[in-house]
Design a protein around this ligand. Structure first.
Ligand code: AMP
Length: 369
């Protein structure tokens, strides 16, 4: 008993009361708060900000959905809501995914109206949902009251035919929102960006308006969105800033992005080892050390063994490290002032002077990009 009491006492002494801790679920509001707090509205042009970091949500975990996950996001804040901004933000994203070799990414877009036209649409949606209430699942039933738009998000199989008959926001946009949306699509066309219109694409938070978008990628199962974004023109005002400030942004789910790349067999950004620098003999080591520096300065990744190894063992390690090339420096090479380079992809081998070696590796890097 005494022991237990002591244990409880020590536990109690570690508790501290009166300090509530919240874990951030997303970062858009924080970025906007920082924009307002630091008076960034005086900066010239649109203010473009980015962040990356862990986010926390109390969700039912499954593949691609975690309680702690990572996001990379960007926001554009300023006095303009020109549709060209929306399109440029999307263009940047699609370009990033292209560079990362994310295959099969699909851009979905929609407009969810603004405070002039959305409330009437939401009411209409609610009226229709009430009529089919008994056929809906528990989540959707609850959302009729709390947030009818979110019913459109539902993935429940038996709700799909019901949702297909619900009123669509595109038929209820006011003229200003409709013009804005048409221009976003034209601006995407100007940039050669393919998109699908998805009338069921909505955002969970109230301050989103007009343009919403989502990018899906293969290999993720039901949680297939790698990025979500949208316009939130009223948020700056809501957080105490200038009423005229507009904003748009997105967040990439880093975990899902990596998962999709892995499922497709892509390691992500071009990585791996460009050169394994195999050296044999003390004199060769010093030549290899200085060559490795020049190679690294030129942006190649280099593995330089710290101790001398037997030829077979050294080349075997290069292979296991998945090096693209082995550059060999031994007595013969030193005497002739050349390097032997072996390309693992096809087993070809050549003897090259240093300038030629760099040209050869550059060409190989270009071919890989
Ligand atoms: P959101 O902030 O809800 O618009 O989400 C933006 C992106 O973050 C989504 O498209 C997902 O890629 C990712 N994401 C959101 N919630 C989670 C989660 N619980 N686990 C992993 N990734 C998530």
């Amino acid at each position: 008993m005494g022991k237990m009491y002591e244990g409880m006492q020590s536990f109690a002494s570690q508790l501290s009361f009166g300090s509530d801790v919240s874990l951030r679920p997303e970062a858009t509001a924080s970025v906007v708060r920082a924009y307002v707090e630091h008076g960034m509205q005086v900066q010239p042009g649109n203010v473009k900000l980015y962040y990356m970091g862990p986010m926390f949500r109390r969700e039912r975990p499954q593949k691609g959905r975690y309680r702690q996950f990572y996001q990379i996001g960007a926001e554009v804040l300023g006095q303009s809501d020109a549709p060209g901004i929306d399109a440029e933000v999307i263009e940047m994203l699609m370009r990033l995914f292209e560079k990362l070799k994310l295959k099969g990414a699909i851009l979905n877009i929609n407009s969810i109206g603004d405070k002039n036209c959305r409330p009437a649409y939401v009411e209409k949606l609610r009226e229709e949902l009430v009529k089919v209430r008994e056929q809906l699942g528990e989540d959707s039933k609850r959302r009729i009251e709390t947030n009818p738009l979110r019913v459109l998000d539902s993935k429940l199989e038996h709700e799909q035919p019901i949702i297909a008959h619900l009123p669509r926001i595109a038929d209820h946009l006011c003229d200003a929102c409709k013009t804005h949306y048409d221009e976003v699509k034209r601006q995407l066309d100007l940039r050669g960006i393919a998109y699908q219109e998805n009338w069921r694409l909505v955002r969970g938070l109230d301050y989103y308006m007009r343009t919403t978008f989502e990018i899906t990628a293969p290999g993720l199962g039901s949680q297939n969105a790698v990025c979500g974004g949208g316009r939130y023109d009223g948020l700056v005002e809501l957080l105490g800033g200038q009423a005229t400030t507009k904003g748009i942004g997105f967040a990439i789910g880093t975990d899902r992005l990596i998962l999709s790349l892995q499922e497709a067999g892509e390691g992500g950004a071009p990585g791996g080892l460009d050169v394994y620098l195999a050296w044999f003999g003390g004199a060769a080591q010093s030549a290899a050390i200085s060559l490795s520096r020049r190679l690294r300065d030129a942006g190649f990744s280099v593995e330089l063994p710290a101790v001398e190894m037997k030829f077979g063992k050294s080349l075997g390690l290069a292979d296991r490290l998945k090096a693209r090339h082995a550059v060999i420096v031994g007595d013969d090479e030193l005497a002739a002032g050349i390097f032997t380079v072996k390309r693992f992809a096809d087993g070809s081998q050549q003897k090259l002077g240093e300038a030629q070696l760099f040209e050869y590796l550059e060409a190989s890097r270009r071919a890989q990009a």
